[in-house]
Ligand binder design. Structure first.
Ligand SMILES: [Ca+2]
Ligand SMILES: [Ca+2]
Length: 238
């Protein structure tokens, strides 16, 4: 009895394994009619084409059928749930959205330090040292003190308060692979979190890729948050 070559062969979503004439496993587009019938509305997802699909299987089989076309290249899962009417995001709102996300990242870094106090070892030593500094500057600022005396210069204060959180988030997302670029799937967790709650999220992430090569570089990412080259081209030492 021969082993089925497809038995341990994994295909990406939207594709199924087939045995070809050389008895080798190959991935081919899955027939959409073989997708499980959705009995629950909760399986619906919204694609980046702003169409609602009854379940992720239908979206991924459509994506496969459109593969190598411009349309298919742009089709991804945008968020779970049916597509909502999204009011166009105005320029002013986009700037405000970027500020809000920036503030949220800054707060996240402060909370990281608080979390690490409760759960020691969650941060690396180098990371904790920086996060602790940020935490302390925040405490001083809250108390109405000027923070700049804590550090040698304003570049350092600006780096820690404004730039580091943006770099940190980039590093958190840039994992598969960690190559200095964010792909659509690396961004998906953040996009999926923000897109359903803010109508500027999609525009923000799309425009972040300013050279339209489908990847977001660290420089592009930083300029999305209004950071200038001079703010982040230097790394902090010590
Ligand atoms: Ca990457
Ligand atoms: Ca790019």
């Amino acid at each position: 009895v021969c082993l089925d070559p497809c038995e341990k062969f994994q295909c990406p979503r939207g594709k199924v394994c087939e045995v070809n004439e050389k008895y080798r496993p190959v991935c081919v587009c899955q027939d959409p009619t073989t997708c499980p019938l959705s009995t629950s509305l909760s399986e619906r997802v919204c694609g980046t084409d702003n169409k609602t699909y009854d379940n992720p299987c239908l979206l991924f089989t459509t994506q496969c059928a459109l593969e190598r076309t411009k349309q298919g290249h742009r089709l991804h899962l945008d968020y779970t749930g049916p597509c909502r009417y999204v009011a166009p995001c105005q320029d002013k709102e986009l700037v405000q959205f970027s500020r809000q996300i920036h503030d949220w990242l800054k707060n996240t870094v402060v909370h990281l330090y608080e979390y690490d106090i409760q759960n020691p070892g969650s941060l690396t030593r180098k990371h904790r040292k920086i996060v602790k500094k940020i935490y302390e500057i925040h405490k001083h600022l809250k108390a109405g003190n000027k923070a700049s005396h804590l550090l040698s210069n304003n570049f350092e204060v600006n780096y820690l308060l404004n730039v580091y959180p943006v770099h940190w988030q980039f590093g958190q997302l840039d994992q598969k692979p960690a190559d200095g670029y964010l792909t659509h799937s690396e961004l998906a967790p953040l996009r999926g979190l923000l897109a359903p709650v803010d109508h500027c999220a999609s525009r923000f992430f799309d425009e972040c890729d300013s050279n339209k090569d489908k990847n977001i570089s660290l420089t592009e990412w930083c300029s999305c948050f209004g950071l200038k080259d001079g703010d982040h081209s230097k790394e902090l030492h010590g």
